[in-house]
Design a protein around this ligand. Structure first.
Ligand code: ZN
Ligand code: ZN
Length: 227
């Protein structure tokens, strides 16, 4: 039973049942994760890579899209959902690079529902109610406190999140390597040149009245960056 009736209705619908059988015919009765043969076809689970919600279930580009549905066995399905003590390994990513490199956009493309995102800009916005490009200096200590608390959570794998995404500039090699080592994070560097960042800033509507402030951040990042 799903948490929402509208999801139950979807999984009981002929559309879904036919779609799932079509996938089994096409792909065979193997679990796509552990490659085990699943003898009883009823036990083949169609797992949605983008978790279905009451909002997206009616969008057939999501709920009935073969590219977004994996056929898996019962055990693998529980691992994928971290259910009943079945634990998938939690992955931690450090997404870093200069201001306007597109770090948030990158994470947005890869995040799944249930992941945790640790991003100074968003935390700032959460406690200040200001837009993300406007960070009142006087709140820095409090925001940093939340940020560090969350990093500590990630370090000891506290909580039920799936993957963690840490977003930051991390021009400083020492700080960057400390996070990578302390948290067991996989680094993802968005390698965008200074010229490109400045060009993006020039056409960025949100920051149009803060060009010099952000130009300063970009220049500072490239001054401090050590590969
Ligand atoms: Zn399996
Ligand atoms: Zn699933």
């Amino acid at each position: 039973m799903a948490k929402h009736k509208v999801l139950d209705r979807f999984y009981n619908s002929d559309k879904w049942k036919t779609f799932r059988l079509g996938l089994i015919n096409e792909r065979g009765n193997k679990c796509s994760r552990c490659k085990q043969t699943i003898a009883i076809s009823k036990e083949i689970i169609g797992h949605h890579k983008i978790e279905l919600t009451p909002e997206n279930v009616h969008d057939h580009n999501i709920s009935l899209n073969p590219d977004l549905v994996d056929l898996v066995c019962f055990d693998c399905h529980n691992i994928l959902h971290n259910r009943f003590g079945y634990k998938a390994e939690k992955k931690v990513y450090l997404v870093y690079g200069p201001p306007l490199a597109g770090k948030q956009a990158f994470v947005k493309r890869h995040v799944q529902r249930g992941d945790i995102i640790i991003d100074m800009d968003r935390l700032y916005s959460a406690v200040s109610m200001q837009p993300e490009y406007d960070k009142p200096d006087n709140l820095l200590m409090n925001v940093r406190g939340i940020y560090n608390q969350l990093l500590d959570n990630i370090k000891v794998r506290h909580g039920k999140w799936y993957n963690a995404w840490i977003i930051g500039g991390y021009a400083d090699k020492y700080k960057r390597e400390k996070v990578i080592n302390d948290l067991g994070a996989e680094p993802i560097f968005l390698d965008v040149s200074k010229e490109e960042c400045l060009q993006r800033l020039a056409v960025d509507e949100e920051r149009q009245y803060r060009q010099d402030e952000w130009q300063g951040y970009i220049e500072k990042w490239f001054e401090h960056y050590v590969e």
